[in-house]
Write a protein that binds this ligand. Structure first.
Ligand code: HEM
Length: 451
């Protein structure tokens, strides 16, 4: 039975949001988790872009499509807040991370943080990660059943110690910090979960304490010395008018940035590896481009010299958006595409399924990187048709960093290895948390003799 979320104010020409809410609290959670694509499609066909239902213990309005995404992300009336919406999912572990701040305060922090993502800084991060990539992938063992996801996850985690923390750690300490980091992320990204103390939740809270203690201990030294890592950059970041981060800010932002950077890049690289295994002609095309560069390590100046890698990265981010949904809390009554949304509602932008809408993407299930080529540019159908990095005030601050890291890793891997999957293989994509292959994406990895 279709019901309305709330009646629009008398005399307004706004429409009520309709939906099939399901059982209170639980609602459509299982269907959405199991098959977000089919569920989104059905809702869109039944109710249009804006509908509501119970999801993950809350009354949730799902706002589908790029037009809704634009309205919410641009947030002209400041009706949509990040903090209360994201805190519900990740608050205890990523407390006061920049994505959880709002409005004036967020802008203030964002201006300072921008200083850690300047061109000069990015160049230094890129140089810092090259040796770690070489060692990391050099240790990969060729053969059948090589799990791409697990190896890439480990690699990005190891790189985080160099590029993000810049602290020399003995193995035991590195393992302890990595372990805490994994627990915090796992607690934070477990989508099927309510804020009830449970095992994962408690582990996450303990992990948060370990990370806080770690960063606080190293902070005085970082304040003293300059360095090419993000930790040093956040310690030194200063706006033109002299604003800097407090010690607490640095700790909170470091813990959040580690999380924001890690799983997202891992998912992007894994999706690219999957598509390049299924489409060997694309893998060869990218390899040829990398070889043509004639150098084993990608440099900052080479970032624009891999156009096919760009196309494949964009198409992979379209097919599997690493952040599958962006939540916002409505802080004052507002309207969205002519629908009345009362204060207190949580609105979700489903980026994962938006990228598969046939209204905006011809043949959306087809891997077709050329759709982003200059003569086609299907993403130009709407400014928010392709929005894996979000948009508006909270648009991903690390998007160039992500491109740099993905390309640096891919370049070295393409020169050293070839990989394949059996014909007809399709990965089992788990969409209950951040999207990832349930089987870890096993490939046959082959070492190339002359790289
Ligand atoms: C392909 C990889 C990545 C994807 C798809 C991605 C996606 C996103 C998205 C969708 C948001 C917006 C969230 C919202 O509006 O609620 C975001 C925010 C953010 N991302 Fe990324 N991200 C990636 C990599 C990174 C990296 C590598 C870093 C850090 C080096 C990073 C740092 C951040 C930060 C700090 C924010 C919060 C910005 C703010 O609230 O002002 N991300 N990211």
């Amino acid at each position: 039975m279709a019901t309305i979320l709330a009646p629009p104010p008398e005399g307004s020409d706004l429409r009520p949001v309709r939906g099939q809410p399901g059982i209170p609290l639980v609602g459509n959670t299982l269907q959405v988790m199991r098959d977000p694509f089919a569920t989104a499609r059905k809702r869109y066909e039944q109710f249009g872009p804006v509908s509501w239902g119970w999801l993950l213990g809350q009354r949730i309005v799902t706002a589908q499509g790029p037009e809704a995404a634009e309205a919410v992300l641009v947030n002209r009336d400041k009706a949509f807040a990040n903090g209360p919406a994201w805190s519900y999912f990740i608050g205890p572990f990523f407390y006061r991370g920049i994505m959880l701040l709002d409005f004036e305060e967020h802008l203030h922090h964002r201006r300072i943080m921008q200083q850690a993502f300047t061109r000069t800084r990015l160049q230094a991060y890129m140089d810092a990660m090259a040796p770690g990539i070489k060692d990391g992938i050099g240790a990969w063992e060729p053969g059948a059943g090589f799990k791409v996801y697990d190896h890439v996850k480990q690699l990005t985690l190891d790189l985080a110690t160099d590029v993000f923390m810049g602290v020399e750690l003995d193995r035991a300490e590195a393992d302890r910090i990595n372990g805490a980091f994994i627990d915090a992320v796992r607690a934070g990204t477990a989508y099927v979960r309510f804020p009830v103390p449970g095992l994962r939740w408690h582990k996450g809270v303990r992990a948060r304490a370990t990370l806080e203690e770690f960063f606080r201990r190293h902070l005085p030294a970082k304040r003293e010395q300059s360095g090419d890592d993000l930790f040093a950059a956040l310690c030194q970041a200063e706006t033109d008018d002299g604003h800097r981060f407090t010690d607490d800010d640095v700790v909170n932002h470091m813990i959040f940035a580690l999380m924001a950077a890690h799983d997202t890049t891992t998912i992007t690289l894994t999706t690219m590896a999957y598509q390049l295994a299924r489409h060997p002609e694309w893998q060869e095309r990218l390899r040829a481009e990398s070889r043509a560069l004639g150098k084993p390590v990608l440099e900052f100046a080479d970032l624009d010299a891999l156009p096919s890698a760009d196309l494949v990265m964009k198409e992979s981010l379209r097919m599997v958006a690493p952040v599958p949904a962006l939540p916002r809390r409505v802080v004052k009554d507002t309207s969205l595409l002519g629908f009345h949304i009362p204060a207190g509602t949580t609105v979700i932008l489903p980026m994962l399924t938006n990228h598969h809408m046939p209204e905006w993407w011809p043949d959306p299930e087809r891997f077709d990187p050329e759709r982003f080529a200059p003569d086609r540019r299907e993403d130009k159908a709407h400014k928010y048709a392709w929005a894996p990095f979000g948009g508006g005030a909270h648009k991903c601050i690390g998007l160039h960093f992500a491109g740099m890291q993905v390309k640096s890793i891919l370049h070295q891997v393409l020169l050293r290895y070839r990989w394949s999957v059996p014909g007809g293989y399709e990965w089992p994509l788990d969409t209950t948390s951040l999207p990832s292959p349930k089987d870890g994406l096993p490939v046959r990895l082959e070492r190339l003799e002359h790289h």
